[in-house]
Design a protein around this ligand. Structure first.
Ligand SMILES: [Zn+2]
Length: 508
């Protein structure tokens, strides 16, 4: 009897055996998922799915980079075959991969290899020991850089380390240096630097970002991102916003690049956070908007709408938010923008009336924890208004899409659990309550930092929660985010980060 006949016969015997085992489904009589085993299963844990019921399960199965099934361990374990990777979570918590909907990580790679990150420092002594440790990792004569992400106000002494203190730990002169005097990184150093940033982001629990470039990055530097993507080393899902300064810039990009171009790892996601330099506000309380700047912006927004491009616009002040919404409503009358998911970012001082206009336009808002280290500056600039900015509860009440993030790595720390802690506790890094009336639940905060952020890259149906069919982006945590004492939320990190079913980070 010819070999394939023997094979076909044994296969049908196998199927029949399974069917007899009571697993048969209506059509084939064999449960689909048994036909081919899972690539990985994670069992005996607390899988926080962040689905619409915010349900938790014990286990999850992954195949072909996607979630195959979630459920009790006894239902998931049989999906494992001889080659399936089985991860026993031993009760650990798992959440969907965290997505930062507004940050600047490309340029961070230019200096990351030489930086000492002080994001989590709480005292001058801690800063000095971090600098000393970094100094020992670098060769004599190499620069140690610290590039934002911290503010002396977060240190219990309320001051930065003195130069003499730094001299002592460095056994050589510490000098404040202007950016332009920094030794420039080569193309390859920038690509390698980006990999280091991504490694640290995965360790912090991040699996996706909306990258908004920012100052200090040339158009050619985008090649660094494309190169990491070409090498399959861009393991953090990146929705790319194009950062421009003028209408002319924008027109050039709209001529050469289609909105939405790319794949699940890197995709063109629109313009932002700056379109026209002249109307880019700051935290300074008054920012006069010049008519010619607004006119250029009106034209830019009109062309973006006509070409179906999305926009995420930097907006700190209430006055600026109002001006942009005036223009968006005008543009919407000519070119409806509802399905373009335009958004305003930061919005610490946006009014309730303007949040309602955002809702009517089908837009969303991305919020960042800039206040965690910027609370002193914001308090000086805005007075009491700083204590309720951004107005999160009002946003949830009105029901606008809200995405969470950091605006890191310069103006804020990059760790998403710092943001989650800030959202829930209303505290700044020094531990002082700076937003007493606007704290939100852990569930709402986690949603903002997962499926909430995914909305801004048109991805809420493919990522942001642990549900069958979605991309298998998830994080095994050092602690249970839903039950750990509030002040320890900021210390939670990843034990294992999985993107597309691939382990991209594992704690040692
Ligand atoms: Zn920004």
């Amino acid at each position: 009897m010819r070999i394939e006949r023997i094979f076909r016969l044994s296969f049908f015997v196998f199927l029949a055996a399974l069917w007899l085992a009571g697993g048969g489904s209506a059509q084939t009589g064999v449960p689909a998922e048994v036909l081919r085993h899972a690539d990985m299963i994670l069992i005996n844990g607390k899988v926080v799915t962040a689905d619409k019921d915010f349900s938790s399960q014990e286990a999850v199965a992954i195949r072909d980079g996607k979630i195959l099934a979630v459920g009790p361990t006894p239902r998931i374990r049989p999906l494992a075959g001889p080659r399936t990777k089985v991860v026993d979570l031993q009760g650990r918590a798992v959440i969907p991969g965290l997505i930062d909907s507004h940050m600047h990580f490309l340029r961070a790679g230019f200096t990351w290899a030489r930086e000492v990150r002080l994001d989590q420092a709480r005292s001058v002594q801690e800063v000095l020991s971090l600098v000393e440790k970094r100094g020992k990792q670098l060769k004599p004569g190499e620069w140690i850089l610290t590039f934002g992400g911290w503010h002396y106000g977060q240190l219990k002494e309320g001051r930065a380390p003195a130069r003499q203190e730094l001299d002592r730990v460095l056994r050589r002169a510490a000098v404040p240096l202007a950016l332009r005097k920094l030794p420039r990184a080569s193309f390859e150093e920038k690509v390698q630097g980006l990999k280091l940033v991504i490694r640290d982001f995965h360790a912090a629990g991040l699996t996706g970002v909306i990258e908004t470039i920012g100052g200090g990055v040339s158009d050619d530097d985008l090649q660094v991102l494309f190169e990491a993507w070409r090498r399959n080393e861009l393991t953090i899902r990146t929705a790319l916003l194009i950062y421009t300064g003028s209408l002319k810039d924008g027109q050039r990009w709209m001529r050469h690049l289609p909105m939405g171009f790319g794949d699940d790892w890197l995709r063109v996601n629109g313009f932002g956070e700056r379109l026209v330099a002249a109307v880019q506000d700051s935290i300074a309380p008054a920012f006069p908007l010049k008519p010619e700047g607004l006119e250029e912006y009106r034209k830019f927004a009109g062309e973006a709408a006509r070409n179906r491009w999305s926009i995420q616009q930097h907006t700190t002040l209430g006055t600026t938010a109002k001006a942009f919404l005036d223009i968006f409503e005008e543009v919407d009358r000519r070119h409806p923008i509802r399905d373009l998911r335009w958004s305003l970012a930061h919005v610490e001082l946006i009014s309730e009336a303007d949040i309602r206009r955002v809702k009517r336009l089908g837009m969303g808002l991305t919020i960042q924890d800039r206040q965690v280290i910027g609370s002193e500056l914001m308090g000086q600039a805005w007075g009491d208004a700083a204590a309720s900015g951004p107005p999160l509860k009002k946003m949830l009440e009105i029901g606008v899409p809200v995405g969470a993030g950091t605006d890191a790595t310069v103006v804020a720390p990059y760790q998403p659990f710092t943001t989650l802690w800030w959202l829930v506790s209303g505290k700044n890094w020094a531990g002082r309550v700076v937003r007493p009336n606007d704290r939100i639940s852990r569930e709402d905060a986690l949603r903002m930092h997962t499926v909430g952020s995914a909305w801004f890259s048109f991805d809420e149906k493919v990522k942001g929660s642990i549900e069958p069919g979605k991309l298998a982006d998830l994080v095994v945590l050092t602690d249970d985010y839903l039950t750990v004492p509030e002040d320890r939320i900021r210390d939670i990190r990843s034990v294992m980060t999985i993107v597309g079913g691939r382990i991209v980070y594992e704690a040692k």
